[in-house]
Design a protein around this ligand. Structure first.
Ligand code: ADP
Ligand code: MG
Length: 640
């Protein structure tokens, strides 16, 4: 969504924008408006009330027209405040970028200087600067800009330090670019949003500071009006003629409020996380909005999914990430879920425990029954008591799921104590025991190290230990070995295999690798574009796949000792799930596709164990309706 649209959607920011627009229009039009001269005194008409003698806002203690002085004064205050903000932002950002980019001594020297400036109360510093330079509007501007430079420098330095060692900056360095070029092309574009945000939230403040200096008589000099000096001059008549103070006071209030509202809106709209809707606080459990009745489960097992449907609603678009997925897993069984990336495997897994972020995720139908309890739409307290205790997850990247600042032992203890009230010592003993179970050598010692001190394979073992912490019945492993090398992968797979045999665990193992499925899984479900296209016992599917997609996936697995064999990549890309074609989603990439493949809904058909969603399967499957004869007159691509 565009920046402007987002800004307008924020009602308060929009109000701020309109008010600021009006003020600016008035200020710009001031020279051509039919106003009195702002500085011409008329002592006969002192302190006229509003609307007396043709003065809309009345006159001040010297008989000068307040409206005229107000508009000219606003013009001056805005000009000074905004210029000060621009100066402060420019120099502050430059200092911050240099300090953050070069680091080391440069950083130290610069930032200690900035710290020294910050050690003074800013208003005292501003007063000292004006006292040294002499009163006057330009000097007030310099003072306000100077006292705000440290604020920008600190902010921008922090951001720059974060960027200066990112891979793309290193890449630019390796390409031999000069420091200046790197700063201008790699760093500056990344810090500009931060500068704009910092500016938009401080301009109001700087206008106030300038007004403050003028109020004290250190800014604009008589007879020139700005908002601060108008307030200062009206001070003595505050009780007798309050309108002289109220007029500039209200203007300051309006401007600062409008700028701050607008600034907050700009900040929110510029934040890329907010733009994708991520900053809206996600619900504790995925939103469930059923569009039909709860389907009755046909299968049985520890965990049974029936017709699960999960969508992402982003603006007008609806991404059908998971459509009518049914899966089940029995005690001690391992079910593989396989598919290309983006086929909806993770979303299926996360939907079970209501872990898909809402917004934008919504579960629109289906059932997930664990041990006789419906999980879809279950109260949050119920889901929470099951999460990690009955159904546990293992994720792909253990470094991202482990807390960097706690030892692995502490994190295991925490996982145990969430669900069981045991003492710290008991939890620690259990943690060490768990580490032993996942075959970590020297478990007592290893419990005391931090995640970054472990290798990838060891961290993943800790992830598994964490999943095992509360002796769950079901483990959902989402590509747990994708980031590991093959030897470690083999160890982890063997470990999971042992665990399920020892403990009767049910495992749902998500992967994109048929080789892994062949090693570990009893049954396999193949997903494509959010649907299951084939399911059956692993060996049967591997030996004689029925869906052309499954065949292509299997053909992509390289085999050692097979001699040279051509690996067949699948041409084309999976369809976008917000525009799924009618019929079979794989048809556009399938060389066996016929006209009928792109019409209507193709059901998952077959017997109790083997099922396929294909009109012209590669192999006959018991219990399937006969393939329909080709209807030649149907046009290719005709939707239903
Ligand atoms: P994978 O099979 O690789 O695990 P996922 O389950 O993560 O795939 O994703 C399934 C589909 O859901 C993808 O097409 C993805 O683009 C879509 N998706 C995932 N998260 C979001 C989101 N927050 N907003 C919109 N679409 C999403
Ligand atoms: Mg995934």
């Amino acid at each position: 969504m565009s920046f402007f649209k987002l800004l307008i959607r924020n009602r308060l920011a929009f109000a701020g924008l309109i008010v600021m627009g009006l003020v600016l229009a008035l200020v710009i039009a001031t020279p051509i408006l039919p106003l009195y001269e702002p500085n011409v005194t008329d002592t006969a008409n002192r302190f006229l009330k509003p609307f007396e003698g043709g003065h809309i806002l009345g006159t001040d203690h010297l008989g000068r027209d307040l409206l005229s002085r107000l508009l000219w004064g606003t013009q001056l205050s805005l000009a000074v405040g905004i210029s000060a903000a621009v100066f402060a932002a420019f120099f502050g950002a430059a200092i911050g970028i240099v300090a953050g980019y070069f680091g080391g001594t440069t950083d130290n020297v610069i930032m200690r200087g900035v710290d020294m400036l910050m050690a003074f109360p800013y208003i005292l510093l501003a007063l000292a600067i004006v006292a040294a330079l002499g009163p006057g509007l330009v000097n007030a501007l310099i003072a306000v800009a100077a006292v705000n430079i440290p604020f920008f420098a600190r902010n921008i330095r922090g951001v720059t330090v974060g960027i200066a060692h990112k891979e793309f900056v290193d890449a630019a360095r390796l390409a031999g670019e000069s420091h200046l070029k790197i700063i201008l092309t790699e760093i500056v574009p990344n810090v500009i949003p931060v500068i704009v945000i910092a500016m938009s939230t401080t301009i109001g403040w700087m206008i106030l500071e300038t007004a403050g200096l003028s109020f004290l008589g250190l800014g604009s000099q008589p007879p020139q009006a700005d908002l601060g000096s108008m307030l200062g001059e009206a001070r003595s008549a505050l009780i007798t003629n309050p309108h002289t103070s109220v007029v500039p006071g209200v203007m300051i209030l309006i401007i600062v409020m409008a700028i701050n509202l607008l600034g907050d809106g700009v900040r929110d709209a510029l934040d890329p996380r907010l733009r994708s809707g991520a900053l809206t606080r996600p619900r504790p459990a995925t939103l469930v909005e059923r569009e039909g009745p709860v389907p009755a489960p046909v299968e049985s097992g520890t965990l049974v999914l029936t017709d699960l449907q999960t969508q992402f609603r982003v603006g007008e678009r609806v991404y059908k990430a998971v459509s009518h997925v049914s899966l089940h897993v029995a005690p001690g069984e391992c079910l593989g879920v396989i598919g290309e990336s983006g086929s909806g495997k993770s979303v299926t897994a996360l939907s079970i425990m209501g872990l898909v972020a809402s917004p934008p995720g919504v579960i629109v139908g289906g059932s997930a029954i664990y041990d006789g309890t419906e999980l879809i739409g279950a109260p949050y307290s119920k889901l929470r008591s099951y999460r990690g205790d009955k159904v546990a997850y293992i994720f792909q990247d253990p470094l991202a799921t482990l807390h960097p600042l706690y030892t692995v032992g502490d994190q295991l203890c925490e996982a145990i104590r969430v669900h069981h009230s045991v003492s710290k010592a008991e939890a620690w003993t259990r943690a060490v025991e768990l580490l032993k179970q996942v075959r970590i050598p020297n478990a007592e010692g290893r419990a005391k190290v931090y995640p970054h001190e472990m290798s990838g394979g060891m961290r993943q073992r800790v992830g598994i230990a964490m999943a095992l912490a509360n002796d769950p019945d079901v483990i959902i492993a989402d590509e747990p070995t994708t980031a590991l090398d093959v030897t470690v992968q083999a160890q982890i797979l063997a470990l999971l295999n042992d665990l399920r045999r020892e403990r009767g665990l049910s495992i749902i193992f998500i992967t994109h690798d048929f080789g892994v499925v062949a090693q570990l899984c009893d049954r396999v479900a193949v997903m494509y574009a959010g649907r299951i296209v084939e399911t059956g016992p692993t060996q049967e599917v591997l030996d004689d796949a029925a869906h052309p997609y499954t065949r292509r996936l299997i053909a992509c697995v390289p085999e050692l000792g097979e001699g040279r064999r051509e690996l067949h990549a699948i041409p084309g890309l999976p369809p976008a799930v917000d525009r799924l074609p009618a019929g079979c989603a794989f048809a556009p990439r399938c060389d066996k596709a016929q006209t009928l493949c792109q019409v209507g809904v193709i059901e998952l058909e077959g017997g109790a164990s083997r099922k396929v969603r294909c009109l012209y399967p590669e192999t006959d499957i018991a219990g399937m309706a006969k393939p329909v004869a080709q209807v030649p007159e149907l046009k290719k691509g005709a939707g239903a």
